[in-house]
Design a protein around this ligand. Structure first.
Ligand SMILES: Nc1ncnc2c1ncn2[C@@H]1O[C@H](COP(=O)(O)OP(=O)(O)O)[C@@H](O)[C@H]1O
Ligand SMILES: O=C(O)C1=C[C@@H](OP(=O)(O)O)[C@@H](O)[C@H](O)C1
Ligand SMILES: [Mg+2]
Length: 172
């Protein structure tokens, strides 16, 4: 079975949707950030703070490759930056993967992230005004990488269940 990879900007719902999709289709899911945290025995915040982002990107690449090389069927929820570093975007178009970009608007991302910043070191210290501007710029910079996905599923104004159904229909 091909591995299902969910990607997209912070807050688009990768971790949330991976969990519900997993229940819906009976395929186990791995959240890449949680997998890194377990392997490193450290939180994402602590890794950024103590070792820096470049070190995190190395761990992230290693963890992604490790999961792709395993023979287990799985849904992988990436981190928002995963496709944008270490040529990881080239791994989104492999033969054994189905990659899905969960595409959200700046407003949707802002609404969700303004309530959930503390565990995301890239935005934790930003005011609402700074956050909105940051998302707009950063999403623009990253879109090239997100658009490498084999499939795109828009998520604005959809419930978790609706997005899961849309993914299932897209991959059918
Ligand atoms: N319809 C929805 N789909 C996905 N997430 C939603 C939705 N509505 C609200 N949320 C919330 O938005 C946040 C998405 O965060 P998360 O799943 O961690 O995204 P990511 O892993 O892409 O950063 C969660 O707090 C989730 O509860
Ligand atoms: O966009 C990014 O660079 C990051 C996204 C985070 O994952 P989520 O997209 O699941 O929040 C996490 O990997 C880290 O904080 C860096
Ligand atoms: Mg996540």
């Amino acid at each position: 079975m091909k591995k299902i990879i969910l990607l997209g900007y912070m807050g688009c719902g990768k971790s949330t949707i991976a969990k519900t999709l997993s229940k819906n289709i009976g395929v186990p899911f791995v959240d890449l950030d949680q997998y890194i945290e377990k392997k490193a025995n450290s939180s994402i915040n602590a890794i950024f703070e103590q070792r820096g982002e470049i070190h995190f990107r190395k761990l992230e690449h290693q963890a992604f490759v490790e999961l792709l090389n395993s023979s287990e069927p799985m849904i992988i929820g990436l981190g928002g930056g995963t496709p944008c570093y270490a040529n990881n975007h080239e791994l989104l178009i492999g033969e054994n993967v189905l990659s899905v970009y969960l595409k959200a608007s700046i407003q949707t991302l802002f609404d969700r992230l303004s309530l959930n910043k503390s565990k995301r070191p890239l935005i934790a210290d930003k005011s609402d005004d700074e956050l909105k501007e940051f998302i707009a710029m950063h999403l623009f910079e990253r879109s090239f990488y997100y658009n490498q996905a084999q499939f795109t599923v828009p998520v604005d104004d959809k419930t978790i269940d609706q997005t899961v159904l849309d993914i299932v229909a897209t991959l059918a």
